[in-house]
Design a protein around this ligand. Sequence first.
Ligand code: FAD
Length: 530
Amino acid sequence: MIAYLERFDSIPSSENQEYDDITTLSDGLEIQGSIDYRSTTTTSAGKDFGGMQFSQPLAVIKPASSDDIVSVVKLASRSQHLRVAARGNGHSINGQAMAHRGLVIDMNAMDKNNNNNNANNNKIQVYYFAGGDFGGAAACVDVCGGALWGDVLRKCVKGYGLAPRSWTDYLDLTVGGTLSNAGVSGQAFRYGPQTENVVEMEIVTGKGEVVVCSHSQNCDLFFGVLGGLGQFGIITRARVLLQPAPQMVRWIRVVYSEFSDFTQDAEFLVSIGEGGDSFDYVEGFMFVNSDDPVNGWASIPLDDPEQEFDPCFLPSSSGPVLYCLEVALHYNHGQSSTVDMVVERLLRELNFCEGLRFEVDLSYMDFLMRVNRAEHQARKSGIWDAPHPWLNMFISKSNIAEFDRLVFKKILKHGVGGPILVYPLIRNKWDNRTSVVLPEGDDDIFYLVALLRFSPKGTQVEESIAQNREIVKCCIRNGFDFKLYLPHYESKEEWKRHFGDKWTTFVERKDKFDPLAILAPGQKIFTRNS
Ligand code: FAD
């Protein structure tokens, strides 16, 4: 289909900038995909999962190919003001995938267009990598930047018995969206974040050039784009490393009353697990020591009505909050006795509260889709569509005990109306050449802390945002070594501070790959140059 953007009928004469942009658009954009400027489409592209920002674009482009994206970027570069945002699945919290009165590119539509047009899409190939981290042969899959990770999982497992190695907890996120941040879950201690599990990408840069990049080819663009918040180019294709997919998973939760026991065990598991001799997945939570149905004991037992949380097993010394270590072990049918042995051997080493252990066996796909199942419930109750003032941070191991004392035990002692994740990650699994920003010290371990607030309504949203600010201020006041993950800042000064040593390189890469600052305006890092 050839789509043209027709001249808009009603051009607001008072808004000269908008007039210029619309005139530029109206001069004609010829693409194979489609352009949609109906207000229903632009209104939904003006919202995101956070539900706290709204920025309506002029039009939404559903590209059929990288060439379509090139046309859009080039069109924007000919205008004085137009900016372009790739939108993955719009699961950002603070408007990062929005383009106020600009153009939004619906990347998931590109994946759907590709699948309709190309039966060989997502073909698995085996490549030989000489030297480096991936020395040897490895299976990889080429996926569209707009593909949902859940679709990648289904195709790889069902078609080939293979699967990517590193995940996010929730899979209705796009490949390009998570690679632009990091992509972290309980496998990252072993394989690094998703940004460490991609070996080649095709990018449309802010100059409208199509560039293939990897560790050895156009590596400045490759590393810049990974964790680059969409600033240097639009990821149209990624080559993702695969491993054999297990059939089953044993999913286990154990409870701690002491933070020091929890962190000691979590750090022990991720440290021995680097080489493979541990669980295949390690995460953790903080929860409230009460019968609060959302934040308390009831949030811990897994999908099994037989398993109940009995607080009698808690020591009398327990404080206002408790901790849960969540682990999982992969196995195949016929190996359940070996799994029992390995699980018992590993759990024997841990210091959790006896009697507070919960477990289920489920298929590998069901395990990875666990948050997608929770989404159905959350949609029914309306909390999926409510605002989500989330806060995500990386905090150095040397400050995590003090963070527990000041933040978990005091500021958050009543919970946040959703999960509070806290789990260790290993620094040497994160390549420092990417744009991802980590705590600055040289601790080998740092923690992900995520406040996944689910139920605030009305004034509670303001209160939650204020509480997030209070936590960040507390970290600054106490000199904690931390960085925001999925960051959101309003001023260049704050961004500069966020990137620290990486700021100069970040700016140089921007000048090189998107000199007019057309891309990803919703991140509010750079202003448009004409
Ligand atoms: P969007 O929000 O649409 O885009 C994010 C940014 O990337 C924007 O700046 C956009 O312009 C840019 N972008 C999008 N596509 C491309 C592309 N193809 N090329 C270049 N730039 C692009 N994160 C984790 O790490 N681990 C988790 O376990 C995790 N769980 C989550 C669970 C839920 C329920 C939600 C809502 C989010 C979760 N996230 C998690 C956060 C998630 O990684 C981010 O929201 C991320 O932005 C991906 O979402 P998206 O694909 O919808 O991207």
